[in-house]
Ligand binder design. Structure first.
Ligand SMILES: Nc1ncnc2c1ncn2[C@@H]1O[C@H](COP(=O)(O)OP(=O)(O)OP(=O)(O)O)[C@@H](O)[C@H]1O
Length: 241
């Protein structure tokens, strides 16, 4: 489904990703791990179409997602329907005056009918346990509530792939568990989940594949949960990230 071939991404003064080769299949639950600055967020930005590789090719369903492809508004919108991203800082993502309006925003941009939009909003609020937040102002919600609303607004476009950048950061233990259970439910419902995290303890029971970056922005290891469980030294290293 996703295929990255020899991807490099350079910021003006530093490297973000270095010679990345990766294939991700539909339905996987992938955790991107590695130290601060190793490239996890950069990879999510590339996958979401917010940035294009400096070199190499990003394929999604045999379509090369190039800067030229993304320059076309219709094609960009198509990508955003296929791949949705929950940002690390949800404050940059939530800008509407009510939660219901926030979740309706994406479907409205697609020009869907009022009845379809209402159905999608109701479904996504229910799925993320945000039904009782519908009339609240997103900016005034707690950190955990904001993450769930951001997820609901992404789900309203019904993307097949969900990208999440440190979705557990700043949440209470209960809110973390809530989010993880929600993500597992979405995977069971057929979504592909790609989540950046530096906290192995939090994600070890939900992630099925662990792609671990090193400080030079390369993939250091790409392991199934079972394979990682057989590498205590690697697990210990992940615990210290
Ligand atoms: N907007 C930017 N401008 C310049 N350099 C950047 C920018 N964003 C990231 N970088 C650099 O690119 C490299 C990869 O950063 P990235 O944010 O992808 O890492 P990360 O693994 O997500 O880190 P963290 O765990 O701290 O979120 C780092 O060296 C970082 O300093």
């Amino acid at each position: 489904m996703i295929k990255l071939v020899n991807i490099c991404y350079d910021y003006p003064d530093t490297c973000g990703l270095n010679a990345l080769n990766l294939t991700i299949d539909a339905g996987e639950f992938v955790c991107l791990m590695g130290p601060n600055g190793s490239g996890k967020s950069t990879l999510l930005r590339l996958l979401s179409g917010l940035a294009s590789p400096t070199s190499g090719t990003y394929w999604l369903h045999d379509q090369a997602i190039t800067a030229d492809y993304l320059a076309n508004a219709q094609q960009r919108q198509r990508l955003h329907q296929q791949i949705g991203m929950v940002f690390q800082n949800t404050d940059v993502q939530l800008f509407n005056t009510s939660v219901a309006a926030e979740v309706a925003f994406g479907p409205r941009q697609l020009g869907l009918s009022a009845a379809t939009i209402k159905q999608r909003v109701d479904d996504c609020l229910a799925l993320t346990d945000c039904g009782d937040l519908a009339d609240r102002v997103p900016y005034q919600l707690s950190g955990g509530e904001k993450k769930r609303v951001a997820l609901a607004s992404v789900l309203a476009l019904n993307p097949e792939i969900l990208l999440l950048d440190e979705p557990l950061n700043g949440l209470t233990i209960a809110a973390q568990q809530h989010m993880l259970t929600l993500l597992q439910r979405l995977q069971v419902a057929g979504k592909t989940i790609i989540m950046a995290s530096h906290n192995y303890q939090q994600v070890q029971t939900v992630g099925e594949r662990f792609i671990i970056f090193n400080p030079t922005h390369q993939v250091d290891a790409d392991l199934t949960r079972t394979a990682l469980a057989q590498q205590p030294a690697r697990q210990a290293q992940l615990m210290t990230l």
